[in-house]
Design a protein around this ligand. Structure first.
Ligand code: A2P
Length: 284
């Protein structure tokens, strides 16, 4: 992680500014709430990734108080854009005293960030056995890898139904995901490539826990009571038909894993595809 590689576009470097390793340029920033924002950066020409994977991104840290040396400050971020996208999109929390996001939240179009172009991760189709229905379970910014997978043609080629659940504290925190899902209906390119009306396979189930909304409660509780399944009109998960990907905070991931094991689902990996996979959402 400390290896420094020079940026390729040397003409763009201001001689007085420190050179960023693996620099990419911010192309747009959108603030969704006072706790959440998304942004896009240029994509390295040679970088390939599978929808659902993450990369390390960040900024240069503050100079060391005695040596004056600066080191990159990097965190794992799921790529929210699909594998075929021209740019890379990220969805982030803002933590006011977080080492990275306290600064990252102030980036503007034209700024540079560091991006290590080595994508990895388990929330990929390769880590799952064939099935009929795929479930995406997210809390908060854990929606990011699913923003990628919901725009990935393979998701709809592999499955008859795509269920996405998103649990957030407040209604405003659902907007990034809700807008993205709504945008699929009018996305001319995706409707042409995947098939007209592909988005009708999606069942979207947003819930909030700390602000009034049409569906209140943690998804885990709503599944335990059976309410989520009756609302969605689908049976509880079973190993014969259902595949699942989980991305949220640690307690959420662990609770869902336990529930899945009770349903008889087994955890998969790139090298050993099974019924479900898990990734922890980034928190600064
Ligand atoms: P709650 O408000 O009841 O804690 P956070 O912002 O803390 O990461 O949480 C995001 C969302 O995930 C919140 O709605 C939170 O609900 C919910 N959540 C936290 N822990 C769990 C869990 N173990 N199972 C299900 N949902 C959870």
């Amino acid at each position: 992680m400390t290896e420094m590689t020079p940026v390729t576009d040397t003409n763009a470097i201001d001689a007085k500014k420190p050179v960023l390793p693996d620099a990419q340029t911010v192309t747009s920033v959108k603030h969704w709430t006072d706790r959440l924002f998304s942004f896009r950066v240029t994509r390295p020409a040679s970088m390939r990734f599978r929808s659902g994977e993450f990369v390390m991104i960040g900024l240069m840290g503050e100079p060391h108080p005695t040596t004056g040396k600066v080191k990159p400050l990097l965190r794992a971020y799921s790529i929210a854009s699909p594998s075929w996208g021209e740019e890379l999109e990220f969805y982030s929390i803002k933590v006011q005293d977080g080492p990275l996001t306290s600064r990252l939240q102030h980036i503007k179009e034209g700024d540079k960030i560091i991006l290590r172009p080595k994508p990895v991760g388990t929330l990929v189709h390769d880590a799952l056995l064939p099935g009929k229905r795929i479930w995406f379970f997210a809390t908060g910014t854990g929606f990011a890898p699913f923003a990628s997978l919901l725009r990935e043609p393979q998701t709809y080629e592999d499955y008859d139904e795509v269920v996405i659940t998103h649990t957030c504290r407040e209604v405003g925190e659902l907007k990034y995901g809700a807008d993205l899902i709504e945008s699929l209906k009018t996305d001319a390119l995706l409707n042409e490539v995947i098939g007209e009306g592909f988005w009708k396979k999606i069942k979207y189930y947003p819930t909030t826990t700390r602000e009034q909304s049409p569906k209140m409660g943690r998804i885990t509780d709503l599944m335990r009571s059976g309410e989520a399944f009756s609302d969605l009109g689908v049976p509880p998960l079973c190993p014969e038909t259902d595949r699942a990907m989980i991305c949220g905070n640690l307690a959420f991931n662990l609770e869902l894993k336990e529930m899945f094991e009770e349903y008889g689902l087994e955890e998969g990996a790139n090298s050993d595809p099974r019924h479900y996979v898990v990734e922890k959402a980034f928190l600064d």
